[in-house]
Design a protein around this ligand. Structure first.
Ligand code: PEP
Ligand code: MG
Length: 590
């Protein structure tokens, strides 16, 4: 019977596929697809591992001292029985043959299935056999690790990358995925994903959106209720997940899937159309990227530059081994060259909060290491606490600016002392490059306005920086005191809150009055519900995931900014700005 789960819609569209469960406890197990011609070799690896473990268990049994308790021998017999049980070995082969999983992945997938069956058993003695099964699987995984096979010939690739087709589509189900791990899923075969936890503007959701695949986060219990290989529908528009859908539901969702594909194809045609409003206002549509390779998607989508390169993703997933100046320089140069003369805005690292360094989960960080990471040593605070590292990054960006138009963006600044420290670090970095005889170009330096204190006290930022970029994700988080990654309070994460809108409109107005560039690079920029409002407030530069550009452009092409600007005060002064925006900007506006 089908079941429905509800979460938060983070990435639009409908995905239908078989569930692949990635248990957080087993992320260290190698996950990759094997090519069809390697399947039998992989099955053979499983057989060898089983025989090796059988040998180990037999030896242990024979070496038991005569006075050993009889239970020990009986336990080893149970392990041997589990090892040879078709439910483990036969079914594991199925994952290899049918799904093309590598042996380790197949084994953990089958453990997942069996563990659930054990959990549901009435009999306590039988339920406790789950621990024995886990021990047997651990032994098999160790045996497989000792016999990695001819990996060079296997399609070894991070989970999800499969270079052969013809299979059922796959959707990813997990309790949580760290933003760094999400990067692995980019360019993957997954057609959608679901997590139990997370908020709409958590960095995990942001990376999902940049992949442009339907996704639902905060669908509590999803990873417990969905079984491996279940058919699942992900409705990324409404945040609904349907497990084991009925044929009628499937037909309905396939229809919606076709409709949204048609809609995308229609929007794609706007790629080369300039973003100009009905009254002739030119609007700059920029891309948010996480890696230099994303620049291709930005160009493809018709972005006129990169408004936010989240450089911290170069620092994640490396076990604490940070990229040096040359490696960073190569990455920034690659991005600027890929953009073919269009401007690229590199944000200095925003480490901390839900993007901790090392392979440490945000949850661990929250509970074990830092009291409140979102309010702690994050972004520029972290960079200024590591001055050598910060100058190294600045030197790398400055050097890359010799190859194209680069701008530097500083995250989370709030204090004048921070502004001064940033400018001093830049001066030192330039001096160091001069001394080393290294070339660098001219760069504009901007501040992200994402802490309410900076929005309320904008003067120093407008005085000392060339431009500002509003980070609405954090501005909302800090204005409303809502952890953006916490699904327990996500219903209160409200971009329409009058305090939030007042701050955003105020920053735009004052920046324009000071003759400084102003952009929005938070998720609001890519959400069509806010396009008219931001245009009305005077915004002419929006930065978003490449996949969102066409939809925003479509709204811009239909907008008349004079009419919108006249209606703005009514929205900003309203008790319920969302309802007011729908009324004054037109029915389709929200
Ligand atoms: C923001 O806070 O709006 C922003 C763009 O930065 P990030 O989402 O990376 O914190
Ligand atoms: Mg931010």
């Amino acid at each position: 019977m089908s079941i429905q789960l509800f979460g938060m819609a983070v990435s639009r569209g409908v995905a239908i596929g078989r569930a692949v469960l990635v248990a957080s406890s087993r992320v260290d197990v190698a996950h990759y697809f094997v090519t069809p011609e390697r399947i039998e070799t992989e099955v053979e690896r499983l057989r060898h591992a089983r025989d090796a473990v059988a040998g180990e268990l037999e030896t242990l049994k024979h070496e038991l001292p005569d006075d050993a308790p009889a239970e020990l021998s009986a336990l080893l017999d149970v392990h041997l029985m589990l090892l040879h049980d078709e439910a483990l070995t036969g079914a594991t082969k199925h994952w290899v043959r049918e799904r093309h999983y590598n042996a380790e992945w197949a084994l953990s997938a089958q453990l997942e299935v069996l563990a659930r069956q054990f959990d549901e058993m009435e009999d306590e003695y039988l339920r406790e056999r789950k621990a024995d099964l886990e021990q047997v699987v651990e032994r098999m995984l160790s045996a497989l690790a000792r016999d990695p096979g001819d990996v060079g010939a296997v399609a070894v690739s991070p989970i999800g990358v499969r270079d052969f087709g013809g299979e059922d589509p796959l959707v990813l189900v997990a309790n949580d995925i760290a933003p760094a791990d999400m990067l692995q899923f980019k360019r993957s075969v997954f057609t959608g994903f679901i997590t139990d936890v997370g908020g709409r503007t958590s960095h995990t959701a942001i990376v999902a959106r940049s992949m442009d695949i339907p996704a639902v986060v905060g669908a509590r219990e999803a990873s417990r209720l969905i079984r491996p290989d279940d058919w699942v529908v992900i409705d990324g528009d409404f945040g609904v997940v349907i497990v084991d859908p009925s044929p009628i539901m499937l037909e309905e969702y396939r229809f919606r899937q076709r409709q949204s594909e048609l809609e995308r194809a229609r929007l794609d045609r706007l790629r080369h159309t300039p973003a100009v409003t009905l009254d002739g206002q030119v609007v700059e549509l920029l891309a948010n990227i996480e890696q230099p390779q994303d620049a291709a998607a930005a160009l493809q989508a018709g972005a006129v530059g990169v408004g936010l390169f989240r450089s911290e993703f170069l620092f994640l997933n490396r076990g604490g081994d940070l990229p040096g100046e040359d490696e960073q320089f190569e990455a920034y140069r690659a991005a600027v060259q890929a953009m073919q003369g269009l401007p690229v805005t590199i944000r200095t690292v925003d480490i901390g909060a839900d993007k901790p360094l090392e392979r440490m989960s945000a949850q661990e960080l929250r509970h074990e290491h830092v009291l409140n990471p979102a309010l702690g040593l994050r972004a520029i605070r972290w960079s200024l606490s590591e001055p050598g590292m910060f100058r190294q990054q600045l030197r790398a960006i400055l050097r890359a600016s010799a190859f194209g138009k680069l701008r530097i963006l500083i995250p989370m600044v709030a204090h004048l002392v921070e502004v001064r420290a940033v400018l001093d670090a830049l001066t030192r970095a330039r001096q160091q490059l001069d001394a080393a005889g290294r070339a660098y170009g001219a760069v504009e330096v901007g501040a992200m306005i994402e802490v309410p204190a900076a929005a309320l006290n904008l003067g120093p930022f407008l005085q000392h920086f060339d431009f500002v970029s509003i980070g609405t994700n954090d501005l909302i988080q800090y204005t409303l005191a809502i952890d953006r990654a916490d699904d327990a309070v996500s219903h209160l994460f409200d971009p329409w809150h009058p305090a939030v809108l007042g701050l955003i409109a105020g920053v735009i107005e004052r920046a324009l009055a000071a003759g400084k560039g102003v952009s929005v690079c938070g998720e609001m920029a890519g959400d069509p519900a806010f396009t008219e409002l931001l245009l009305a407030a005077g915004l002419r530069s929006f930065s978003m995931h490449p996949a969102q550009i066409a939809a925003i452009k479509q709204r811009i092409l239909r907008a008349d900014t004079r009419r919108l600007a006249l209606a703005l005060p009514r929205v900003l002064q309203a008790e319920d700005p969302k309802a007011a925006a729908a009324a004054v900007f037109g029915a389709g506006a929200v």
